[in-house]
Write a protein that binds this ligand. Structure first.
Ligand SMILES: C[S@@+](CC[C@H](N)C(=O)[O-])C[C@H]1O[C@@H](n2cnc3c(N)ncnc32)[C@H](O)[C@@H]1O
Length: 311
């Protein structure tokens, strides 16, 4: 059966820690057969982040509907603005971009810190659960900061402030008009949830394919990277997630979960082997940047855990 690409090709609009672009080929080989037969009509991604897998898979398969979720309120606000008001966002971003590109480096740095200060100052005034007129400007600031900050990280401190310093880029793409409109088109059939991964539960059934990419379990004490939001993702959360996975399995959903392999560091660490006992656990090679200094770069395995055999 030939599959047409029914939606425009869209790409992640944010650089996001833990982005899965490099693993798409390995994942593609492991997607369930029900995607091709049309048995699966609903795609769910409870830890959406930058959405590398979401944009890839929705470009391959014409889902009737999708559900995406993340606990990062700034990220979800930005997805919602792109879905509902792409043109307003493009105009706001174009203004930020033209100022930035016309500036010299010192002026760019001044603009960066001015946007960052405004962003942090306004935090307490933003209502994240219902659409507000100030959301468009907020989303533009999120994308601007992501594109111009050091290493393209989106890291919040304990108070929920954005604290990444200025990054020196020659010609950053701040306003990618075409992609924002394409992302908006892809999001039209997508329910966007803010909150814990468990919020997706009511929407998952036997016609769903669920891809889960939780924050990594630290590979070692120095290489941790769980600072996507104010709160970390603990071993207790990983255990709660495994319970969720089993519940989805019982409901008949097809599930694929990825995580760092603790055996990269400690061969005796069977944390995930125990949690996901009974499911198909594969180890696929990955190259991951696990700290901002770059000293943690190298080849490691990624765990891919599926609850189906058919590919
Ligand atoms: C590894 S990243 C996902 C990366 C994504 N697959 C990509 O390609 O960009 C994990 C995501 O989980 C989110 N997160 C952390 N705790 C969460 C929770 N309890 N429920 C839902 N999302 C959570 C983080 O904000 C982060 O965006």
């Amino acid at each position: 059966m030939t599959h047409l690409t029914l939606v425009p090709t869209a790409n992640p609009f944010m650089k996001w820690a833990g982005g899965k672009s490099q693993l798409l080929y390995a994942f593609n080989k492991r997607f369930p057969a029900g995607l091709k037969t049309g048995e699966i009509t609903h795609y769910v991604e409870p830890f959406i982040g930058g959405g590398a897998v979401y944009f890839f898979i929705t470009g391959q398969f014409p889902f009737e509907s999708c559900t995406i979720c993340d606990s990062n309120e700034e990220l979800i606000l930005t997805y919602r603005v792109i879905k509902e008001s792409p043109q307003d966002l493009v105009e706001c971003l174009a203004t930020l971009e033209s100022e930035y590109l016309a500036d010299n480096e010192a002026e760019r740095e001044t603009q960066f810190y001015a946007v960052r200060d405004t962003f942090n100052r306004n935090k307490s005034r933003i209502t994240f659960d219902t659409v507000q007129p100030d959301w468009v400007e907020r989303a533009a600031q999120v994308i601007f900061l992501n594109r111009t900050c050091f290493n393209g990280l989106f890291r919040m401190n304990r108070n929920g402030g954005f604290n990444v310093p200025f990054g020196k880029y020659k010609n950053p793409r701040i306003c990618d008009k075409k992609n924002i409109h394409n992302v908006s088109a892809v999001l039209k059939n997508t329910r966007i949830l803010l909150g814990d991964f468990s919020s997706c539960r009511p929407y998952i059934n036997a016609g769903s394919f669920v891809y889960l990419d939780p924050p990594y379990r630290p590979l070692n004490s120095t290489a941790f990277f769980t600072s996507y939001g104010k709160d970390g993702f603990t071993d207790a959360d990983q255990q709660r997630l495994a319970g969720f996975y089993r519940e989805l399995d019982t409901a008949g959903a097809r599930c694929m979960l990825s995580n760092s392999d603790p055996k990269n560091e400690n061969h005796g660490d069977t944390f995930f082997d125990t949690l996901y006992d009974g499911f198909t656990i594969e180890r696929v090679p990955a190259r991951r940047i696990i700290n901002s200094k770059g000293s943690g770069r190298g080849d490691i395995n990624e765990l891919v855990i599926t609850n189906y055999e058919n590919r």
